[in-house]
Design a protein around this ligand. Sequence first.
Ligand SMILES: [Zn+2]
Length: 233
Amino acid sequence: MQLLKTILSDTLHLLYPHICTGCGSDLLDEDNLLCLRCITDLPSTQFAKHANNPIEKIFWGRIPIVAAHSEFYFAKESLIQHLVHQLKYKGNQEIGIYLGALMGKSLLDSNRFRMIDYLVPLPLYPDKERKRGFNQAAVICNGMSHIMNVPVLTGNITRDRFTETQTKKHRRERWENVADSFIVTDKAQLQGKNVLLVDDVITTGATFEACGQAMLDAAEIKLHIAALAVATR
Ligand SMILES: [Zn+2]
């Protein structure tokens, strides 16, 4: 039976080579997506455990947050850029779940993200999500959810572009490059909750800020932020 299993596994391996999503090497365990070398090469930040880390500093003087984290450094032409590209543009949701699980483990290991009630994926514009077929932030949340045992909250917060009249009304904000509007549908659901807002990549933090502010305006929440990778400029 074991022999048959081995033969079957070897045959399947030939037919459908199981290769590393990072480098294409076939030297990896059957149930893993990355080879050992790529796993070792992932540029972890270790921010989760540290108060006043660079992600938290992004939001100083902008919105009140309890804690923030980014799991990896994002550099151009890097392994992590390749993996995020696989997720967003090649529809490889499996790698998003995998990386989300890695981030979930870091957050669990830190005692600064223990009380989270909801994981909230930063919403995409509805037309963009329709086109892509999924929201990459929600995929990452699903990977985190398994590890952290915290539910993913989708649908309560929606994202829209300002209409023309709104654009006029919000001219100043637009000038500050905040062209997003986020709408919270069920405010009561968020009331008093520890919320972890999640996205794939953080750069200036403007989108996190806009979405976080909409939630803070809607309900008394304790806002936490997590991005899979931080792009330093
Ligand atoms: Zn590899």
